[in-house]
Design a protein around this ligand. Structure first.
Ligand code: ADP
Ligand code: MG
Length: 288
């Protein structure tokens, strides 16, 4: 099966940047995202995550390389307005700041905005708005004013607006970064639901390692290129490499790494819950 999204040796330089070789925002970057997959995209500020997202969503156009969306290469001079429409319909994006994504004064109008732009019939729009609000757990707020909601609720409204367009993939570009812990949890639960129950492919750009460990695949970027790729366990079992790229590691990895070093315990590094951590430590040092 072809990946739903495939980037092949993609490079991109912003037009207004100097002509130095190291000024590529994206440098020979490749990425496969399969249908139904949940991919976490990590990397230090400026590593190229948002640029990759904007190239996939056709907000930007790559200088070189290929980007296949459902088998069609979108880095092609012959691309039409209709191709762009199809890509935007299939790949939705949720951004960082919930306030910048609210377009209407009533929740239901806000959620209806996307499908209206797609030319969907009013009756079908109403059905989709209700369904989308159910999925994000915000149905009771259908007639509320979005600006009076909490940050997490606003993000869920923004997500509902994307779901109402029935995309196959949603890219979340640090969509939890401006939220408090409760809002972050609400949005992460919604993202997991979209992936597991609604079978929507997810690309999650995040700085939170406890979010990244929930993904099927973790891709770490550095200076516009791919730096590490694997399951959360594979990637987070190399804490030195992550620290080198200016990233954190999950708490269980940091704890076991420190214990191994201090006490020569040789516990395999991995993403564990705290009970498993405790068990592994107990096995090594006994019941003291
Ligand atoms: P990330 O999302 O990982 O923080 P970005 O994709 O936003 O990284 O940025 C990648 C590189 O491109 C950085 O060096 C950044 O400074 C540069 N960049 C991003 N946006 C612009 C822009 N609009 N104009 C010029 N350079 C940009
Ligand atoms: Mg970014």
């Amino acid at each position: 099966m072809n990946p739903l999204i495939k980037l092949e040796n993609v490079s991109y330089k912003y037009p207004d940047t100097d002509d130095f070789e190291n000024n590529f925002a994206l440098n020979d970057f490749s990425l496969d995202v399969n249908e139904g997959e949940f991919v976490a995209l990590l990397g230090h500020n400026g590593s190229g995550k948002s640029t990759a997202a904007k190239l996939i969503n056709m907000i930007l156009t790559a200088d070189s390389g290929k980007i296949y969306i459902d088998g069609k290469n979108i880095v092609d001079e012959k691309i039409t307005e209709n191709d762009i429409y199809e890509v935007r319909k299939n790949v939705g994006m949720v951004f960082q700041n919930p306030d910048n994504q609210i377009v209407a004064t009533v929740v239901e109008e806000d959620v209806a905005f996307g499908p209206e732009n797609l030319g969907i019939q009013p009756k079908e729009i109403r059905r989709r708005v209700d369904e989308a609000l159910d999925i994000v757990g915000m149905r009771e707020y259908v007639r509320h004013a979005p600006h009076r909601l909490s940050g997490g609720q606003k993000q869920r409204i923004a997500i509902a607006g994307i779901i109402a367009m029935k995309p196959r993939c949603i890219i979340f570009d640090e969509s939890t970064a401006m939220l408090d812990p409760l809002g972050r949890k609400e949005v992460m639960n919604t993202i997991l639901h979209l992936n597991k129950e609604e079978k929507i492919t997810i690309i999650l750009i995040t700085h939170y390692m406890n979010e990244a460990v929930l993904a099927d695949k973790v891709v770490v970027m550095k200076n516009g290129s791919k730096y590490l790729e694997g399951t959360p366990n594979e990637v987070f079992s190399k804490p030195e490499k992550l620290w080198e790229a200016g990233l954190e590691v999950p708490q269980s990895v940091e704890l076991i790494h420190a214990l191994n070093k201090e006490l020569n315990l040789e516990i395999p590094l991995g993403v564990y819950d705290f009970d498993t951590c405790a068990e592994l430590i107990k096995e090594k040092i006994g019941n003291k």
